[in-house]
Structure formats: C-alpha cells, structure tokens
Design a binder for this molecule. Structure first.
Ligand SMILES: [Fe+2]
Length: 475
C-alpha cells in the first residue's frame, strides 16, 4: 500500500469531455457531488477518463474548477491557477498541448535551490562514451539487484540517439526498481516517458492523478509532469523510452479507415487526485542530461483540479486490434504501430512504438515470420512475455535486441527452417507480446550496456546455420 491513504486525499469526480464548457451546478447537484467525494475520501481511488488527446476536465473537490475562464481573480478553496504548456503557445491547434492546473501551491514553491546529484546509469543523447564495433546485439534479462533503488535510481540507459538539446531523438532504458519512492518526487524536463512494465505493477502517482499499470500495459508521461513511482509488488523491471521530440500521438490509419490498431477510447487518463502533505520531501529533476535535486517541505502532487489536453495516460496493449495479411505476404511492421512521435519530415518518425501482439497467422504460400531486412530506422526491441516467432531461442522476456541503422536481421536458422517447411494452416500466435522502439536516429550503445554480462556475444551466430540452398539446376 502507498502512504497516500493516510493523507488528506480525495477521490475525484470527473469526466472526459471534448468541451471545456461546464454547466453551472445546481445546489442539489453540488450536494450529491459532495457526498460522492466524501464517500471515497479514504484514499486515492484510481479512476480514469477515456480518450486520447481529449480536452479533459476533472476535479477532486466539488467546484474546484473555475467555470468559463482559466484564471479567475480568486480560485476556489484558495488554489493557485497554473498553466503547463507542452507545446509552444503558437503551435497549430492540432498539436497544441496545454493544461490548466489548480493547485495548493504553484510550482515555483516546488523548487528551491537545486544541487546537482549523481544520475547513476541514466544517460542522455548525444552520448558517445563507448566505441563498440557495429553489429547486431542482444541482451538477456537484467536481474534485479539486492540493493534498494527507486524507479529513478534504477534507470539504466541501454542506447541513445539524436540530441536531447535539439528536442530530437530518444533514449532506450531498462528500469530495475526495488523500492517505492517515498517523499521523493521526480520530473523529466528532457523528454516524454513511455513506460513499459515487464515485471511488477507500478503505481504512478502523478500531479494529474493516479495511474496503475501492470505488464501488458503502458503509461505515457508528458515532459515536465511531476510524479512518484510506487511498486505494488515490491520490485519492478521494465523498459522506458525517453522521447526528446514531439509528443507521441496515434498514427494515421490511411486506407484502414476509422477503426482498429490502437483505438482512442482505450487510452485512460487519470482523474484528479492530490496529496496535501507537509513533510520534508525531495524533488529530482532531469534537465539537460543531468539530475538535480531540491528540498521541499510538502508534496508537489497537489493539483486538486485540472483541465486540458496535456496529461498522462495509460493503455492496455492487449486492446490493440491488429490488422494484417489475410491472403498472402506481409504488410510492413508499421502496421503494428501503437503510437508515433513524428519528426518534421512527414512519414519519418522521431520514434515509433510498435508491438507484436497475439494474432492469427493465415497467409497462404507465404514465409510467415518477419522477413530478412535492412532498415534506415534503428530498431530497439524488447519482449514483455512469451515467445517471439522470429527468434524462438535466445530472445527471452526481459531481454533486448538492437538492430541498428542498416544492419541486417531476420529469422534465425531454426525459425527459417521451421517456417519454410510448415504446413500453412491458420495458426494462432498466442502468449506473445514483443515491442519495438524504432527511431530515425542510429542508436549509440552506452558503456553500461556494452559491458553488461548479459550481453550475448554470440548473437550473430544465430544466422550462421542458414545454409546455401541455391541450386541453378533445380528451379
Ligand atoms: Fe527490422
């Protein structure tokens, strides 16, 4: 359990809305709302609003949201109004992101004198600390340490690409967490965080509300959003994509039409929840590739109400509705894109987040696993659970493979043999969930990743068994 239940917290009464306009409340309605709030006041109850990039509005105390304006002369309950801008003010409407937060103290009170602290093994692009030769790379799962470390302390960077200072590129990380954050808070000024649990449930208390995720789900935390991460199962391991560029969005569907892939309604944004807590606390900020800390005497998770379209959310990857071959051949793996963070070049993502979920394979006269491939984009792949069809051996849950810009890859010898001879009946690929962070930037391997003892030195050997099959006399 977290410590929030002992705090003066209020469950929220909220709604997802396409409109910022709220009707005035009648006295009877206010009374009913008050009852709802007090009935759920024993802790921070998770609650969510459906939709992706909606203009949401939510309040944890009745009437906390101003009606018809953002910054009234006096906010109710003595709250401060504050805008959090995720895009420049002048960004086109379709990509303009901001929220209004009504909080106990403005964020200027959540920062004092900062001091630089040890960032551990978290790295930021550009990072060229190791000169590893090119090659296809694979790592086994990294064991959880005995040492007590939080989500932030346990962040281990595997690769970086691009340049965070120019708001381009990404970092690919693994987190190994063995303790919850208590009176410790964090925000990331360098990028948006896409969190992909592989073991252990996370309870992410953000200033926008509470998000709970388990393996199979993801959380998307916009740049600058304060949070603490608690471990519902005591320990947790997973992956994190730190997107330095424009925010992740749903990909266009083109001829697929209005449905399938990731549907907007399955993204869940938390209802408002807050801590009114006055105890010594520490706020960590990742800024410019470095980590800074400042001392506070209260919790910065003090947003009582908010509205806007810049907010964290979660998504259950098992709700992804895949589209694929129903006759022959493969569409490109982009058909499995859950979220895309665009660059300024149309069709060239800063980062794509792609999954390979459970699905039927039915294509006739087709080599069904992923084909052999070289790619300008760089592919960082992880396995959340199960078996990946192109690599039945060696690529295990918690592991990673890296196929960098223009390095060839594809099914190993065993997968090739099996798929070439298989009886092509419809087959359900079950118990499998792999993913890819695919970026336009070559990914540099960190010193930590290059020297890990779970690095598989013999990975490229998996293709050595591929035999010459060519026979000019046998068409
Ligand atoms: Fe590929």
């Amino acid at each position: 359990m977290n410590d929030a239940s002992a705090l003066k917290t209020r469950a929220a009464r909220s709604k997802g809305s396409k409109s910022n306009v709220k009707p005035r409340r009648s006295k009877a309605l206010e009374a009913r709302e008050t009852r709802v709030s007090s009935a759920a006041s024993l802790g921070v109850t998770p609650g969510y609003m459906s939709g992706f990039g909606n203009s949401f509005e939510t309040e944890a105390l009745p009437g906390a949201l101003p009606i018809g304006r953002n910054s009234p002369q006096k906010c109710r309950y003595g709250l401060y109004a504050e805008q959090l801008s995720g895009s420049p003010f002048t960004a086109p409407r379709a990509s303009n992101e901001r929220s209004w937060l009504y909080r106990i103290r403005p964020s200027v009170k959540h920062s004092g004198r900062f001091r630089k602290v040890d960032i551990g093994l978290w790295r930021t692009a550009p990072c060229q600390e190791h000169d590893m030769p090119i090659g296809q790379l694979r790592w086994g799962p990294q064991p959880l340490p005995k040492k007590q470390q939080s989500f932030v302390e346990g962040m281990r960077t595997m690769t970086t690409g691009g340049d965070a200072a120019t708001l381009a590129g990404m970092g690919a990380h693994v987190y190994l967490a063995t303790r919850s954050m208590r009176e410790e808070y964090f925000y990331n000024a360098d990028g948006e965080m896409l969190i992909v649990p592989q073991q252990g449930r996370l309870r992410i208390f953000t200033e926008f509300g509470l998000i709970e995720i388990e393996p199979g789900e993801i959380a998307l935390i916009p740049r600058g959003v304060k949070l603490k991460v608690e471990l519902a199962d005591g320990t947790a391991r997973g992956y994190m994509c730190e997107n330095y560029g424009g925010a992740f969005a749903l990909p266009e569907r083109g001829p697929i039409g209005a449905n399938c892939l990731a549907n907007a309604r399955d993204f869940l944004t938390p209802v408002a929840a807050f801590e009114d807590k006055e105890t010594p606390s520490r706020l960590f900020v990742k800024w410019g590739g470095r980590l800074f800390a400042t001392e506070l005497f209260h919790s910065p998770l003090d947003v009582v109400a908010w509205h806007g379209n810049y907010a964290p959310c979660k998504y259950d990857l098992r709700r992804f509705s895949p589209v694929g071959a129903i006759s022959f051949d493969h569409p490109d793996p982009s058909i499995f894109t859950v979220l895309t963070a665009p660059s300024e070049t149309p069709g060239t993502a800063n980062v794509d987040f792609v999954i390979f979920p459970e699905r039927w394979a039915v294509a006739e006269n087709t080599f069904r696993p992923p084909w052999y491939h070289m790619n300008i984009m760089s592919e960082f792949m992880g396995l959340i659970y199960g078996v990946y069809d192109a690599k039945p051996q060696g690529f295990v849950p918690g592991g990673i493979s890296l196929h960098n810009c223009m390095l060839p890859h594809g099914p190993d010898a065993e997968a090739f043999e099996r798929a070439s001879e298989a009886d092509l009946k419809p087959v359900k690929l079950t118990n499998t969930l792999a993913f890819m962070f695919e970026t336009r930037f070559p990914q540099r391997v960190t010193k930590y990743a290059a020297e890990l003892d779970v690095l598989d030195e013999d990975y490229a050997q998996c293709w050595q068994g591929l035999k010459k099959r060519f026979n000019p006399r046998k068409p």
